[in-house]
Design a protein around this ligand. Sequence first.
Ligand SMILES: Cc1cc2nc3c(=O)[nH]c(=O)nc-3n(C[C@H](O)[C@H](O)[C@H](O)COP(=O)(O)O)c2cc1C
Length: 135
Amino acid sequence: MLYELIYRSDAIPDILEKDIENILSTARDFNEANEITGCLLFNNNQFLQLLEGEFDIVMALYDRIKKDPRNRNHMTLQMRETDYRVYPNWTMAFQSMDKSQVKSKGGVTEFTEFEADKDSALPKQLFEAVSHNMT
Ligand SMILES: Cc1cc2nc3c(=O)[nH]c(=O)nc-3n(C[C@H](O)[C@H](O)[C@H](O)COP(=O)(O)O)c2cc1C
């Protein structure tokens, strides 16, 4: 069964570009081998990630990400069964966004405005808008 998980988290304050490169490198190796796809966005020291894959694999991965010292304060925004992947070809797309992009594409000032009890269509809209610019 295919699942889709969206969460946001805060990066540690002193996160380096190198840390993000390392995260992506680990992620892409693991994800490719385990049929996980998705997208990771970074803005204002915050992460927003969409993970797609088999339920057990996605949940085990999310547990590891929650324990990862490079980020904290996780909030799950959506966890649901889905029929299709938004990012079938991406082992983990990444985009670092500036404030104006987040505002124009997501309609929010920062990812913390996405709340678990609000409409999960909003973060999805942001992923959708960003995916058109991915190369
Ligand atoms: C924001 C963020 C996103 C991550 N995304 C992934 C991912 O998509 N796939 C992955 O395998 N690891 C990802 N990681 C790395 C995992 O947290 C973890 O380092 C990796 O699964 C190896 O786990 P281990 O050190 O417990 O073996 C991410 C880490 C962070 C901080």
